[in-house]
Write a protein that binds this ligand. Structure first.
Ligand SMILES: [Zn+2]
Length: 243
């Protein structure tokens, strides 16, 4: 009889733990597993659709001089050991500073963010922001966010082999989702690693994040902050990890 009670207690504890972990980490885990099996063409289509809609609604062609674009692009590809076939770095113009990563390996940076740079020789602060975005791509953060938001649609798409209805709804979702603190930390850690490997200080990145958070406090639409919440802890960590 005593054995039976012990069994019941242990069973209940295990069951409670399984339920707790499923609800706490289940959707995170599931979204990262699904992100790995979403076909590359579907990921690319999500990125292209989102970009198309942003181009139609909010962006203009970049007004940055070609030599500035080329400089940033070549330095970014050099430090991340990637090229334009792996990550497409795109410049666009809008009145607010922002940079973001889209599924399908797109990174978009806006002129207003480049203009905030304190370093028109090396653009180390911009390279820091881009390394952070490369971290979001590396961990498929934006894809995982939309999968989490539209889990049923993804599963149906996968089962019937047709993602068109999922694709139709995600563009809008992608524009309004913001990264969790955990995703921001992962992207920062990735940036720290890239910058260190290339002997680039993390201070310029910390400084431009501080600058962005000051601007955002005064503006109506804190664009950068809404997708990448800048916290004091993030800035502190970047400063501490300087070599
Ligand atoms: Zn971020």
């Amino acid at each position: 009889m005593r054995k039976f009670f012990v069994f019941i207690i242990v069973f209940t504890l295990i069951l409670a733990s399984v339920i707790y972990f499923t609800f706490t980490y289940g959707t995170n885990f599931l979204s990262s597993v699904i992100a790995d099996i979403i076909p590359t063409e579907v990921q690319q289509q999500i990125g292209e659709n989102t970009l198309k809609s942003m181009d139609a609604q909010s962006f203009e062609k970049t007004a940055l001089p070609t030599h500035v674009q080329k400089r940033i692009m070549s330095e970014f590809y050099k430090i991340t050991q990637q090229d334009s076939t792996q990550v497409k770095l795109l410049f666009r113009n809008a009145p607010y500073p922002n940079a973001f990563a889209l599924p399908g390996n797109f990174i978009v940076i806006l002129d207003s963010l480049v203009k905030l740079s304190n370093d028109s020789t090396h653009y180390y602060d911009i390279l820091g922001v881009l390394s952070h975005e490369a971290g979001h791509l590396h961990y498929k953060h934006s894809l995982r966010l939309i999968i989490k938001a539209g889990l049923t649609g993804v599963i149906i798409g996968y089962v019937i082999g047709d993602f068109s209805s999922f694709l139709a709804t995600v563009t809008h979702q992608l524009l309004s989702l913001s990264y969790s603190r955990q995703f921001e930390e992962e992207a920062d850690d990735y940036a720290i690693q890239i910058l260190r490997q290339n002997k680039i200080s993390t201070l310029p990145l910390a400084n431009i994040l501080e600058k962005l958070s000051n601007i955002s406090q005064n503006s109506e639409v804190p664009e950068f902050l809404s997708t990448h919440p800048v916290t004091k802890e993030r800035v502190k960590k970047l400063k501490e990890n300087n070599f």
